[in-house]
Design a protein around this ligand. Structure first.
Ligand code: AMP
Length: 222
């Protein structure tokens, strides 16, 4: 059975970090729409150019554009054996589109990582990510090289603040989350493959809870 996972949760809940760890441990691709958009921005593609302004305001890219990107990615051969989606879906319209894309595939397992809002603001405004590979400092083991020149433990790239992690944009992203994305929890909650884990603990603690929940759900479906 393919492990088809969605990671839900507010910005700063640790979705990216956890998705990265879990994907590596199960050898399935982590599909992060935020990472794909940031790559498009860096590459200067048409989608990237249009997305940049939207992302820098903390708003959401249009449902059709993002659903198209995800459809193409899920059609790649490596995603047939399973995948973990990070940052998608983010609206009920995207969730409905994803349900259509899932026709003929194994059921989605949905895990929500819950974290109180005050903790999110603190985490996001101190977060550092690698300029080159996008890995979070705490996920990729920071290699220190003196103050002001922190390097990524994975690729050696410079660590910096994401342009949408400034306090004003963080507050807007949390507002957009509450309005557009939180309703997804109610959309998925009735499903037997929905689980919620406590994200207000160490990354190792979240990873352990997550693995246990996913094991319980996927085991029940076998
Ligand atoms: P993330 O890295 O997941 O926090 O995403 C960064 C930004 O990319 C978001 O604030 C949105 O502007 C955009 N984005 C990422 N995923 C989506 C999505 N599924 N739908 C719409 N916009 C998205």
């Amino acid at each position: 059975m393919a492990l088809n996972l969605i990671m839900l949760g507010p910005p700063g809940a640790g979705k990216g970090t956890q998705a990265e760890r879990f994907a590596r441990s199960r050898a399935i691709p982590k599909i992060s729409t935020g990472d794909m958009l940031r790559e498009a921005v860096k590459a200067g593609t048409e989608i990237g150019l249009r997305a940049k302004a939207i992302m820098d305001r903390g708003e959401l890219v249009g449902d059709d554009v993002i659903t198209g990107i995800v459809k193409e990615r899920l059609d790649q051969p490596d995603a047939r054996r399973g995948f973990i989606l990070d940052g998608f879906p983010r609206t009920v319209a995207q969730a409905m589109a994803l349900d259509t894309l899932m026709n003929g595939r194994d059921p989605l397992i949905v895990v929500d990582i819950a974290v109180p809002e005050a903790e999110l603001v603190r985490r996001l405004s101190s977060r550092r990510v690698c300029r080159d590979c996008g890995t979070n400092a705490d996920a990729g083991a920071t290699a220190a090289a003196g103050a002001g020149d922190e390097r990524c433990g994975k690729c050696g790239g410079r660590l910096e603040q994401r342009s949408d992690d400034t306090e004003a944009v963080v507050l807007e992203r949390l507002k957009v989350y509450r309005r557009d994305t939180q309703p997804l929890v109610d959309y998925y909650r009735p499903r037997p493959t929905f689980r919620s884990v406590n994200g207000a603990q160490s990354a190792d603690g979240v990873a352990a809870d997550l693995a246990a929940e996913i094991e319980a759900v996927s085991g029940a479906g076998r």
